[in-house]
Ligand binder design. Structure first.
Ligand code: HEC
Ligand code: HEC
Length: 278
């Protein structure tokens, strides 16, 4: 009996011991959970405090001009270039990083907004005023950065002779020696430079529209750009064709062909005349 009682007491004692261990482990778990939740809430609170700052860095507030530009963009350009100018598949490219120079070139020359899909956007009467163009450009600039046309006189202290040399090396193969333009492959063409303003010439060099290469400031320095602009505006546009016919101003090749044709015809008639005489 005593041994039986002893065994029971021993069992009870063990049970009690177990029970006395169990709640304390539970309490410890509970404590850990409470601490975890507290830590999570703290982290969440900290995130809530810092999150608006992080968001502001993704989407910085636009300046006044850029906000005006965004309003214009959302009406006239989103259909092809998409919300936030990230581009629309099959309609228009992304404008992130093209810079104010590209927008200024495209919008001030009336190429954008494009009326319909075509091989190459054409120069048209611009839809937007200078101020609106600057606002659109400012918006795209603040959105993704990129090259900008500098302010001020773009052909100060220019050297016309250097400009002519640079023009013949870099531009005449597409725009012709006289700047009259010429055809390129697949229905594209290099347009005449005659309607372009100083800022448009600068912007075209910086942004390289369509098939035109980009002439960044590393390839052609701002001083050399000034020389080229001065040459186009002051020499090419004032050329009066002292020879009479300019033959489209395509340069020595057309002139060679023309003189060859004229010469051959003259020789044929001369030999016919001589043959008729004898
Ligand atoms: C009908 C569609 C359409 C509309 C509307 C349109 N674009 Fe475009 N845009 C194009 C296409 C297509 C191209 C690329 C072809 C080209 O450069 O000729 C382009 C090219 C451009 C580029 C040159 C991008 C580069 O790589 O340098 C700029 C800048 C631009 N658009 C700005 C605008 C702005 C600003 C508007 C609104 C005022 C606008 N576009 C409206 C279709 C459109
Ligand atoms: C590989 C051929 C090529 C070369 C080289 C080239 N361009 Fe162009 N350029 C073009 C094409 C193509 C366009 C038309 C782009 C468009 O309509 O979107 C153009 C457009 C222009 C325009 C805009 C004309 C307008 O309608 O107002 C200017 C200005 C211009 N180029 C200047 C230059 C200058 C300056 C150089 C030399 C530094 C040069 N280009 C070299 C192909 C060329």
């Amino acid at each position: 009996m005593t041994s039986d009682n002893d065994r029971r007491r021993g069992l009870l004692a063990r049970l009690r011991r177990q029970r006395s261990v169990a709640p304390s482990r539970g309490r410890r778990r509970l404590g850990a959970a409470v601490r975890l939740i507290a830590a999570l809430m703290l982290a969440g609170g900290a995130y809530a405090v810092f999150a608006p700052g992080a968001q502001a860095q993704d989407n910085p507030p636009l300046t006044g001009a850029a906000a005006e530009g965004k309003a214009l963009f959302d009406v006239s350009c989103v259909s092809c270039h998409g919300r936030n100018a990230q581009g629309v598949e099959g309609r228009g490219p992304s404008l992130i990083g093209v810079g104010a120079a590209s927008v200024e070139f495209q919008v001030s020359s009336g190429r954008m907004p494009m009326a319909r899909q075509e091989a190459q956007a054409e120069r048209k009467t611009p839809v937007f005023t200078d101020e609106q163009t600057r606002q659109l450009a400012q918006y795209i600039q603040e959105l993704g950065g990129g090259p900008e046309v500098p302010e001020g006189d773009l052909r100060a202290d220019a050297n016309l002779a250097t400009g002519g040399e640079l023009f013949r090396i870099n531009c005449s193969q597409c725009h012709a020696f006289g700047g009259g333009g010429g055809a390129l492959s697949s229905g594209k063409y290099a347009p005449s430079l005659h309607p372009a303003t100083d800022r448009q010439i600068y912007a075209a060099m910086l942004s390289g529209p369509q098939n035109m290469p980009v002439f960044g400031d590393n390839q052609i320095t701002p001083e050399q750009k000034a020389d080229i602009i001065a040459y186009i505006q002051e020499t090419l546009k004032d050329d009066r064709d002292p020879g009479g016919f300019n033959l489209g101003r395509y340069g020595p090749s057309t002139e060679g062909v023309a003189i060859f044709l004229v010469g051959i015809v003259a020789l044929v008639f001369a030999s016919l005349w001589i043959a008729g005489k004898s």
